[in-house]
Design a protein around this ligand. Structure first.
Ligand code: THU
Length: 143
């Protein structure tokens, strides 16, 4: 049986297009406090893309990252099947999801493909399971 860590990533061109959509979503970032705009695009298993940006707040701790906003949009659509996410921070620089976002992404697919800029003009594709092994799982933690 194929393990979750061995999920086959979508074709590279699909992931390139996903990154282009993440970059587009970054244009709408509301990041007046950090000055650090981020865009994310999540691909569902049925081929739909959900885009979002970070949304900051004057009460800083209420700020929400682009990745969590994007996966929330997928869930609001009635889906729970993300297979890939692209994250675009400052152009050309890798922007890996923060720990909170990794946990939220893992809720829906612990081995989804994560697409990042590689800092050399290309893309890096990494499994969420490699970025975030052993997420908290409530069902396994009740004892
Ligand atoms: N941020 C994201 O949206 N995604 C990340 O992967 C890293 C950080 C946001 C949070 C905050 O609005 C700003 O970037 C600076 O931390």
């Amino acid at each position: 049986m194929r393990g979750l860590s061995q999920q086959v990533p979508p074709p590279f061109q699909v992931l390139k297009d996903l990154m282009a959509k993440a970059r587009g979503a970054r244009d709408n970032a509301y990041a007046p406090y950090s000055g650090f705009p981020v865009g994310a695009a999540v691909l569902s298993g049925d081929g739909v893309v959900f885009r979002a940006c970070n949304v900051e707040n004057g009460s800083y701790g209420l700020s929400v990252c682009a990745e969590r906003n994007a996966v929330s949009m997928l869930v609001v659509s009635g889906r729970v099947n993300p297979i890939a996410i692209a994250v675009a921070g400052p152009p050309g620089v890798p922007c890996t999801p923060c720990g909170a976002c990794r946990q939220v992404l893992a809720e829906f697919n612990p081995s989804m493909s994560v697409v990042l800029e590689d800092g050399e003009g290309g893309l890096e594709v990494i499994s969420l399971e490699d970025l975030f092994p052993r997420p908290f799982q409530l069902g396994e933690s009740r004892g």
